[in-house]
Ligand binder design. Structure first.
Ligand code: FES
Length: 175
């Protein structure tokens, strides 16, 4: 085991590392050298701390896209009165898209346009009244539920709030 021993002034060379099997290794330091080593250690703390903060931010942001961009919190999606029942309207949401629509009972819903299978963008097929994925044939009904293809889940639903007759779409409900 390495043992640090503070030497008396002028008693020995500045520092010396001995390897005595009976006593283990000893690092002989002057007080000045010991203080300099402690200062160097303290100065390296901010860099390590910044690295930890960057790592924490990287793993704690849930809506990061493949390019590293962070999804916005809320995006305006037009007026409630302009939405037609069961006619999805597409809006940009960060680097992706979201479909906003008025359901039969009048409730406003929003679904992610990103397919939960492999991340392709789905489109709305008005003839089928379904969202369809061009990549592997995934299909989703107007409630976002998977009805065909390999996607493991339905389309992810986004938060929606209404303010002064305006629709505002938030992040996914599940994250
Ligand atoms: S990415 Fe949509 S079905 Fe595969």
């Amino acid at each position: 085991m390495l043992q640090v021993v503070i030497k008396e002034r002028g008693a020995m060379p500045d520092y010396q590392l001995t390897n005595n099997k009976a006593e283990g290794e000893q690092l002989l330091l002057s007080r000045r050298e010991l203080v300099l080593m402690l200062i160097a250690g303290l100065l390296s703390l901010p860099a390590g701390l910044q690295g930890l903060i960057a790592l924490f931010r990287y793993i704690s942001v849930p809506s990061r896209s493949f390019t590293g961009a962070v999804a916005p919190n809320w995006v305006p999606a037009g007026l409630v009165k302009d939405l037609t029942i069961e006619q999805p309207k597409v809006i940009n949401f960060g680097e992706s898209i979201v479909y906003v629509m008025k359901a039969k009972e009048g409730k406003i819903k929003a679904f992610s346009g990103t397919c939960p299978h492999a991340g392709c963008l789905v489109s709305y097929d008005a003839d089928k009244t379904k969202f369809v994925c061009p990549c592997h044939g995934g299909e989703f009904d107007l409630n976002g539920k998977r009805v065909a293809g390999p996607p493991p889940t339905g389309l992810f639903e986004h938060k929606v709030k209404i303010s002064l007759g305006r629709v505002i779409v938030g992040r996914r409900k599940d994250v």
